[in-house]
Design a protein around this ligand. Structure first.
Ligand SMILES: C[S@@+](CC[C@H](N)C(=O)[O-])C[C@H]1O[C@@H](n2cnc3c(N)ncnc32)[C@H](O)[C@@H]1O
Length: 285
């Protein structure tokens, strides 16, 4: 296929030095690792089911990256999705993914910023923001924007990740350098208080802890990814550098995630008018 041929030509041109100079995002683009929300497909199914999505629903996905969530949601329930990201290269990959899945007609991939989408107020039945809000500088503004574009009674789906065990400073430093974002060691309470308030009420949630993945499984994953057909044209020196760097990123993330958990949560946008519940309750588990 012409598309693959183009990629193979480009890949064959990389030297070891080129791969050594790539940042983490460029490396995952090179190996074409799938970008998924915490909990992957299981979280997408939980949100679609518990958020009552149907063929008539309109969903806005924030920070779609290469489009996995948008494609799975549209494929599962036939809903219409507007999926936004600030990264045009990721959006291009997302459009190809939707086309390959035969559902491009259900999804609009658009370059827009979470803090100022330019979309109409009260349009969406669900805003799905995965684990994206922690990466946005002005997260309060982003939350205001999610709420603004939701219709009254619509659901905000969020999957914030947080530390369950306080991380050592040097680990936070190494992860920040790897993903080129300042990582804040936030806990579950922070995110719970961030998302809940006058306008948004938690109607369903489930807590998870990331599994500890043994080092040899991480290595086997890396080896399998590096056998992908589009990488065969990479020269031996570039491949060795790629293996070493990609492996060290994956071990770092494994070390970090073994201290972390996430909450799959659905929050309902309260109608502006109406009586608030006085005798609220808290689940025991
Ligand atoms: C970790 S990936 C998202 C993974 C997955 N979609 C999820 O739900 O967790 C974060 C994505 O958010 C995008 N992003 C970061 N800041 C953004 C912003 N202000 N507006 C829209 N997208 C943003 C990045 O370009 C990246 O593709």
């Amino acid at each position: 296929m012409p598309h693959d041929k183009t990629v193979i030509t480009a890949v064959s041109a990389f030297s070891g030095d080129d791969v050594a100079a790539m940042d983490y995002n460029e490396l995952i683009a090179l190996v074409r690792e799938t970008n998924r929300p915490p909990g992957g497909f299981r979280s997408i199914v939980e949100i679609a089911t518990n958020g009552f999505l149907s063929g008539g629903s309109r969903v806005l996905e924030i920070g779609t990256s290469t489009g996995l969530t948008a494609v799975e949601l549209a494929g599962l329930v036939g809903c219409r999705v507007t999926a936004i990201d600030i990264n045009e290269r990721s959006l291009e990959e997302a459009r190809s993914r939707a086309k390959a899945a035969g559902i491009a007609h259900l999804i609009d991939f658009e370059r827009r910023d979470a803090t100022d989408t330019g979309l109409e107020r009260g349009t969406f039945d669900m805003v799905f923001c995965g684990n994206v809000t922690s990466l946005v500088d002005d997260r309060e503004r982003a939350l205001g924007e999610y709420t603004r574009v939701l219709r009254d009674g619509g659901f905000l789906a969020a999957i914030p990740m947080y530390y369950m065990v306080a991380p050592p400073d040097d680990l936070v430093q190494r992860v920040s350098e790897a993903i080129q974002t300042t990582v804040m060691p936030l806990d579950r309470t922070f995110w719970w208080e961030f998302f809940t308030g006058d306008e948004l009420e938690v109607v369903w949630y489930r807590d998870y802890k990331f599994d500890e993945i043994p080092g040899e499984i991480v290595d086997a994953f890396v080896d399998a990814i590096l056998e992908r057909p589009h990488l065969v044209a990479l020269n031996q020196e570039a491949l060795a550098v790629l293996r070493s760097r990609y492996r060290s990123f994956m071990h770092l993330f494994g070390e970090n995630l073994s201290r972390m958990g996430f909450t799959v949560m659905l929050l309902r946008k309260e109608p502006a008018e109406g009586e608030r519940e006085l005798f609220t309750s808290t689940p025991l588990t």
